[in-house]
Design a protein around this ligand. Structure first.
Ligand code: PMP
Length: 408
């Protein structure tokens, strides 16, 4: 199955020797995604906001069709609830800026220390000048949200809870449905936003089952292009957001006194020309996921993680390597080779073993508050990875004391 899957990703044809273990940063791109974008750019290329001629109209129809596919994918209540953005970062900024006028002095926003910078910075920026506060929710021993601490933290000032579905460092999966029940039971008005950047390609996301108010994700984490993402929100809440991007496509008219009238959702939150070629590409990624089925992706990735853990134990690698999350099923592995800078390890993996992995803070700047170190090496699996590639990683880690040979 994996040879067939690998053939769907041109990266491997062009780099047959490479082992790509950085899908948590960005997945590789499907050939069908690339071809759909190329096809649009070579045979059409018109702006979807221009519907005076057939080509522009075709592009607009595609935009709305893919919007409806996203609705099905996440089981949204309405297609108009799907807002296209440039990625998770823009989605969260759209939410934080859009909600800012409702956040007052002493209001509180709850999040965890495992959030990605993109789910911290917009909120830090929001509270900077308005006297509201950010509070952190404690984590349980398995690094998921500690539900009893969450309950304790909630008070009459709590306005927003913004948390990851799956964290990008430790791969911990929060039980969102339970969290939502607990929170809404205390106060149904509290807004719950879930950062799904890491879960979109690895978990079933059903916004109605989860009961959340907003989610965000990027398409480059799900076998598609850069520069496209989604903010989904319940219609009435989304409708209250003040637009973040003002420009063409989102207003109906501007009168002689420069008063404007906004369009309705989704247009009013989508100022400017959208990334239409990436939308053509994303249609193909959704098709791929529907065909292969998420449950098969999850099962394959879980098997790879189990196999890795088994090999680590056999080779007693934990004598020289600190692993932080071997006990969860996530397709992410976080570790440090004792006494070695993670970026020396990623250089070693790349230069000596053709393994592409991530090292550093992984955009989670408060992780030291959780595991006691600021930087680490991250390996992340996806559908195209194989057991043979895990063997190469195990061999590399077994020889990790050779790292000096690649950096001197
Ligand atoms: N949140 C999480 C959990 C992520 O992993 C990422 C990407 N690394 C982001 C947010 C930001 O995504 P983007 O850079 O595509 O906006």
């Amino acid at each position: 199955m994996n040879k067939k899957i690998k053939n769907l990703f041109p990266f491997f044809k062009n780099n047959p020797e490479k082992v790509y273990f950085d899908s948590a940063a960005s997945t590789l791109k499907l050939s069908t995604v690339i071809e759909a974008e190329r096809d649009f750019l070579t045979t059409n290329g018109a702006n979807p906001h221009v519907t005076d001629y057939e080509k522009g109209f075709e592009a607009l129809e595609k935009l709305n069709y893919v919007r409806s596919l996203v609705r099905n994918m996440i089981n949204a209540y309405k297609t108009e609830e799907v807002i296209f953005t440039s990625g998770t970062t823009q989605s969260i900024n759209t939410l934080a800026n859009g909600i800012a006028e409702f956040i007052k002095k002493d209001d509180e926003i709850l999040l965890t220390e495992l959030e990605h910078s993109s789910n911290m910075m917009p909120w830090i920026n929001l509270v900077k000048n308005n006297g509201a506060k950010i509070k952190k929710i404690s984590l349980a021993d398995d690094f998921t949200i500690d539900i009893s601490d969450l309950k304790n933290q909630i008070n009459k000032n709590t306005k927003i809870i913004t948390i990851s579905h799956v964290t990008n460092t430790l791969g911990t999966k929060n039980d969102i449905a339970t969290i939502v029940k607990v929170v809404k039971n205390i106060n149904p008005e509290i807004i719950i936003h879930v950062d799904c950047a890491q879960s979109i390609a690895h978990e079933v996301i059903d916004v109605q089952n989860l009961g959340v108010d907003f989610i965000s994700f990027s398409t480059h984490k799900i076998y598609s292009s850069f520069g496209l993402g989604v903010l989904w929100g319940k219609y009435d809440l989304l409708d209250k957001l003040k637009p973040f991007l003002f420009g063409g496509g989102m207003n109906l008219k501007i009168d002689s006194d420069f008063n404007y009238k906004l369009k309705t959702l989704p247009d009013k939150l989508e100022g400017g020309t959208p990334n239409i070629q990436a939308i053509y590409g994303f249609e193909q990624a959704i098709k791929f996921i529907n065909e292969i089925k998420l449950k098969n992706i999850i099962s394959h990735e879980t098997s790879l993680k189990k196999y890795f853990v088994q090999k680590v134990n056999e080779k007693k690698l934990n004598c020289k390597i600190d692993f932080y999350n071997l006990n969860n099923n996530s397709p992410i592995i976080l570790f440090n080779v004792k006494g070695v800078n993670p970026q020396d390890i990623t250089t070693f993996l790349d230069k000596k073993y053709n393994i592409l992995a991530r090292g550093g803070a992984n955009c989670a700047r408060r992780i030291n508050g959780v595991i006691g170190v600021e930087i680490a090496v991250r390996i992340s699996f996806a559908i195209y990875n194989t057991f043979e590639e895990v063997d190469i990683l195990i061999e590399a880690l077994s020889n990790s004391e050779d790292f000096l040979s690649t950096i001197i």
